[in-house]
Ligand binder design. Structure first.
Ligand code: URA
Length: 238
């Protein structure tokens, strides 16, 4: 693997930061300064330091799944676990679903072993956007306004959100929090009811490339960079 990829695979550095550190002479490979980011590195046998400190290699894995109905967002050894839909190497690497979708909700689920990133994306303070496509019982303008303004659900008040309800057979709602059964509870609170729910966007990720239920794909470099930039931006604005 290239030295810049080796340094960025654990999430501590972006590929660009790794490249800059290497070009600036801050990185050694087996005791010698290496200034070429494309230099081949063996994760099992090579010793790498950054600014004099030993760099410990961790391989983080990121996968997006189009969760089918009937599966649960858990790592428990349950036949209905979403982990059974993806290659077993992800379970072995300690990956887990980043957040939950209800058993009857379909759509985008991130699965990763990057606990820090998952924590940041899920933290309520970070307002990570999630968009759902829904089918619901009849809903009017006043009800939509209430949803958008935020509603008292007893244990919490939902934050303001965006709702497109022109067609109750094909609406979208974008929220920045992820409480238990949140969307279903919000619609019940205004006198409507969710009949079908599909997550189509999570933290900038989309269903592109995994359009069919059960499809999955490992995130590409730009998708990983997107998540990392989002989580670090959110962390820095606290
Ligand atoms: N809100 C819900 O009610 N269910 C989900 O699965 C996700 C969000």
């Amino acid at each position: 693997m290239r030295l810049d990829k080796y340094l960025s695979s654990g999430g501590k550095y972006t590929r660009r930061e790794a490249g800059e550190a290497i070009r600036h002479g801050a990185v050694t490979l087996n005791g010698l300064v290496v200034k070429d980011p494309s230099r081949k590195t063996n994760a099992e046998t090579d010793t790498v330091t950054v600014s004099g400190k030993l760099f410990r290699y961790t391989e983080f894995r990121y996968l997006k799944l189009n969760k089918p109905r009937g599966y649960v967002s858990t790592t428990d050894p349950d036949d209905r676990s979403v982990m059974n839909l993806i290659p077993s190497e992800f379970r072995k690497a300690g990956a887990f679903p980043c957040g939950r979708l209800d058993i009857d909700t379909t759509g985008l689920l991130l699965i990763t072993n990057d606990g820090q990133l998952a924590h940041e994306l899920l933290s309520p303070r970070h307002h990570c956007e999630k968009t759902y496509r829904y089918k619901c019982k009849a809903i009017g303008g006043d009800q939509v306004r209430k949803l958008e303004e935020g509603i008292d659900l007893g244990d919490f008040r939902s934050m303001p959100c965006k709702v497109d309800a022109c067609d109750p057979e094909n609406g979208t709602i974008t929220v920045t929090e992820g409480k238990y059964h949140q969307i279903k509870r919000m619609f019940l609170a205004v006198g409507s009811e969710i009949l079908e729910l599909e997550r189509v966007r999570f933290a900038g990720l989309t269903l592109s490339g995994i359009e069919k239920e059960g499809d999955y794909s490992e995130l590409d470099g730009s998708e990983i960079e997107l998540l990392r930039s989002l989580s670090s931006k959110q962390t820095n604005t606290q």
